[in-house]
Design a protein around this ligand. Sequence first.
Ligand SMILES: [Zn+2]
Length: 96
Amino acid sequence: MKWLAGLFKHLGGRLEQGPCDNTMRLSTDFLRESDECDDCEEALEWLAERGGFCDCEVLLNVEPPDDGDAIQASTRAYERIIEAVDEYEKAKKRMG
Ligand SMILES: [Zn+2]
């Protein structure tokens, strides 16, 4: 599961820039290009089994297995998108 930490970091960065479009687009792109992931389809299935049906759900629902790097990356990415969602909400309020 070497690709998991990288995936969390990638999604944290991308979802900070724009909201999830309810697909696995960002995850799929990352896994296809990652040298650490041999089988993209299998990885997507693994994520879906854990509640990751779209990019934000991967961050919100998928509990990393016992792997220090992935846990750290997951926690950090989670915090980043929670902050980002907060910012969208504030921006929306400011727009009235
Ligand atoms: Zn989503």
